[in-house]
Design a protein around this ligand. Structure first.
Ligand code: T46
Length: 152
């Protein structure tokens, strides 16, 4: 179960999306945060990428994934992630390096309001496959309707 995986997490009112508070080990030499993939994540990452040097007014994402699970941490700076399950929408501020955001498949996401120094790290459950993206919002809503009639 997802809730059992994440020791400290909260729902945001969008299907399956959770904000996760990661440990923050404070030390006079600096702080450290940690995740153990098999213990702390509902998937074992196959890929990691990071987004940086985003001009403040630019929006990234604006798509959904058919199968992909992702875990996002803004390891430096801040940004806002808008998540949408076709019924409900929420804005999540990723503004500290010990806060993560879990995204299951079939969530429409948008990344925006990047601070000039933001570095957004993303762990993904699969290798990169452009065919797995849904880039059209109407197509996304159709898939959600199919999904909800299959799994009411
Ligand atoms: C997501 C958000 C958070 C690759 O070659 N390999 C990769 O693994 C990725 C993620 C991208 N690319 C190439 C494909 C494009 O030519 O990098 C370019 C930019 O990718 P994209 O327009 O998809 O970037 P974002 O920031 O809109 O979205 C990315 C992820 O694709 C997506 O999964 O949720 O970051």
């Amino acid at each position: 179960m997802l809730e059992e995986k994440f020791v400290s997490s909260i729902e945001v009112g969008v299907r399956g999306v959770r904000v996760v508070e990661l440990p923050r080990i404070e030390d006079p030499r600096g702080n450290l945060s940690v995740m153990e993939f098999e213990k702390d994540l509902p998937f074992v990452p196959a890929r990691c990428f990071w987004i940086y040097n985003v001009p403040g007014h630019h929006v990234r994402g604006e798509h959904s994934h058919r199968r992909l699970e992702q875990f996002l941490v803004c390891v430096k700076g801040a940004c806002v992630i808008t998540v949408d399950d076709g019924r409900n929408r929420a804005d999540v501020a990723l503004d500290r390096p010990n806060r993560g955001l879990y995204l299951p498949p079939l969530i429409w996401d948008m990344m925006h309001q990047f601070s000039h120094d933001a570095v957004l790290m993303v762990l993904a459950s699969e290798r990169y496959d452009p065919a797995e993206y849904i880039r059209n919002y109407d197509e996304f809503l159709q898939l959600i309707n199919q999904y909800e009639s299959t799994f009411p």
